[in-house]
Design a protein around this ligand. Structure first.
Ligand SMILES: Cc1cc2nc3c(=O)[nH]c(=O)nc-3n(C[C@H](O)[C@H](O)[C@H](O)COP(=O)(O)OP(=O)(O)OC[C@H]3O[C@@H](n4cnc5c(N)ncnc54)[C@H](O)[C@@H]3O)c2cc1C
Length: 570
């Protein structure tokens, strides 16, 4: 069955919702939107965001666009495109004020103004917060605003499997309605991919189980290049052993990092910024402390250092970090008012994604991308905390407006080649589901995550990555023999998990190939065998394309408008 909408939005997280709002309000509810999510709408991973979005709201008190842009460019280890960064810093304040008008209950200062707190790598307190549950409130405010319009259809618990494109244009998205198992095609004049990150490649991660890079993998298979996938961010404070995020707001509020001797070790690594240095630097510092024996022995090999909030006092923890306390109490029976929290670096964010221009437009005429799935080259080699949810809002708004402009040119509803949809249905419901193989997808996923944890961690080297690539390729081969035990159609999560795993395998191969080729250390890509940044050879973005013979690499220039790369010191 084919269902038509003017616009298909794949993903109902912050980026997808913001785009849906923009299309709805600017068209006064006239454009028909299909909003697709593999989970219930308010379970998109964005609800987990804790610390909040970054924006310049206090020019009169000393912050400035230049300062935010400089922090972001320096944080990116000079790989961010500077025109994109400027557009971001100039647009994010308005986005936050819009959310204020749409009812987001920001935390406030005593004078009634919106409260902002320090975050890693920012030289001014600009993480804008609703306590430590900011993502939840952002999602709520956006959805509350969206429902004023009646122009959208929600496709919740609907799993997208592929993008059908013809002649360089999108024509349809193939989906499985999980409640019925029905295979359908959503057809649209335009597609926005806003399907989030890919962090389930890793075992120790802050991401929800649903974040499996489906959008990146579908786009990659459909011929769109992925950019800078080798840059995967490790957040310095993942709770041991679950990996749950202890927001950077903990350190923004004044929390310390201590090794087993009780020392605030950041003094050795970033004396001027200490615990609020950028994430790549703090994660490396923690890893060095662990390697050199100044950490604690943790369960399952998860050695750790301490996040110390005990000096902040009960009042601050209860009002500014209530979720952190709730989580440590529930998961570890530990009260951070009195005890230190065991933490270590944890896979957290993908700087790379589907290549896009400054408007979020991809190489396909009628396809845009926004949010974590996208790479507009705004974060370069290392994202600053709080710049991601703000990016989702900014490019949700921009892509929504761009799509409307495109619809104003009266494009035709594309034809969906029947054989392509049939081939996809056969691939899933015959080739995969009826396979006589004996490989367990959950076992394969567990092995993949171990490979990525071990071979593509905070520090890497050529030998380790090559060995990791061999293992991933072996897992890809074994996937051909995967067995789907559940032969039913209704809520077949066994089938969906296998499709997600196939996506993760494809992306991990692309990521390792990109990382192996980049023979330097920059931002989150820290090599033991090439320990310094090499601007002569590597001041460029990696592009990786899908071919039947494996990932193919290409490169493109970094846009530098204002700041030439200099040594990055904090
Ligand atoms: C624990 C945690 C806390 C964070 N805190 C902050 C913070 O405080 N500040 C900050 O700036 N950043 C933060 N980040 C990063 C930020 O939250 C994310 O980058 C951002 O929310 C991603 O939003 P998104 O809209 O791109 O994707 P998501 O919110 O992940 O939404 C993706 C959507 O795509 C849908 N989807 C995906 N695949 C499919 C498919 N195959 N079929 C159908 N639907 C699909 C999903 O169902 C979902 O609706 C945090 C990240 C983590 C992990």
């Amino acid at each position: 069955m084919i269902i038509d909408h003017d616009v298909i939005i794949l993903g109902a997280g912050l980026a997808g919702l913001r785009a849906a709002v923009e299309i709805s309000r600017k068209s006064d509810g006239k454009v028909n939107v299909g909003l697709v999510s593999k989970v219930q709408l308010n379970r998109a991973h964005s609800v987990c965001a804790e610390g909040g979005p970054a924006a310049v709201l206090r020019e009169e008190e000393g912050d400035s666009y230049d300062l935010h842009a400089w922090d972001t460019v320096k944080g990116s280890d000079f790989l961010a495109d500077q025109d994109v960064v400027y557009r971001f810093v100039e647009t994010s304040p308005m986005e936050l004020l819009l959310l204020d008008h749409w009812g987001l209950p920001w935390s406030r200062r005593d004078d009634g103004r919106i409260l902002q707190r320090p975050f890693g790598g920012h030289s001014y307190p600009r993480a804008t917060m609703a306590a430590d549950k900011t993502g939840f409130f952002e999602m709520q405010a956006l959805y509350d605003h969206l429902i004023r319009y009646q122009n959208f259809t929600r496709y919740d618990e609907v799993f997208a499997t592929s993008i059908i494109a013809e002649g360089g244009r999108f024509c349809g998205l193939t989906i499985i309605d999980m409640a019925t198992g029905e295979f359908q095609v959503l057809r649209g004049k335009a597609l926005l991919i806003a399907s989030g990150g890919l962090g389930n490649l890793y075992g120790f991660t802050t991401y929800s189980q649903t974040v499996t890079g489906d959008g990146q993998a579908m786009a990659y298979r459909a011929g769109l290049p992925l950019e800078d996938t080798e840059f995967l961010q490790f957040h310095p404070t993942g709770l041991v052993p679950s990996g749950i995020l202890m927001t950077e707001g903990c350190r923004g509020e004044g929390g310390y990092l201590r090794n087993k001797n009780g020392d605030r070790f950041m003094e050795k690594y970033a004396a001027s910024k200490m615990e609020v240095a950028p994430r790549d630097i703090v994660s490396r510092a923690e890893t060095m402390e662990l390697i050199e024996g100044r950490g604690f022995t943790g369960p399952k090999g998860l050695d750790y250092v301490h996040l110390d909030l005990t000096h902040l006092g009960a009042d601050k923890i209860l009002h500014r970090l209530p979720l952190i306390r709730e989580v440590t109490m529930k998961f570890l029976g530990l009260d951070p008012i009195k005890e230190m929290i065991p933490i270590r670096p944890v896979a957290h964010y993908s700087m790379g994604g589907i290549e896009a221009d400054i408007d979020g437009k991809t190489k396909m005429d009628n396809v845009w991308v926004a949010g974590e799935v996208a790479c507009t080259s705004m974060h370069g080699a290392n994202r600053l905390g709080a710049n991601s949810t703000a990016e989702c809002l900014v490019w949700g708004g921009i892509t929504g407006a761009e799509i409307l402009k495109y619809l104003g040119t009266n494009p035709k509803m594309p034809d969906v080649p029947e054989d392509r949809a049939k081939a996809e249905e056969k691939r899933i419901f015959h080739d995969l589901m009826e396979s006589e193989g004996n490989e367990n997808p959950y076992q394969l996923k567990e092995e993949l995550r171990q490979v990525m944890d071990f071979h593509m961690g905070v520090f890497r080297d050529g030998q380790e990555m090559s060995a990791g690539l061999d293992k991933v390729r072996e897992l890809k081969k074994r996937f051909k023999n995967v067995k789907i035990e559940d032969k039913g159609r209704i809520y077949n999560s066994n089938l969906v998990n296998a499709l997600e795993l196939e996506n993760l395998l494809l992306l991990s191969e692309a990521m390792i190939v990109s990382a192996l080729a980049r023979e330097e250390s920059r931002g989150a890509h820290a090599r033991r065998d090439f320990t310094t940044r090499d601007d002569d050879k590597w001041l460029k973005h990696t592009l990786v394309r899908f071919t039947d013979d494996g990932p193919k690499l290409d490169y493109k220039d970094v846009t530098i408008t204002k700041w030439k790369p200099v040594e990055r010191k904090y």
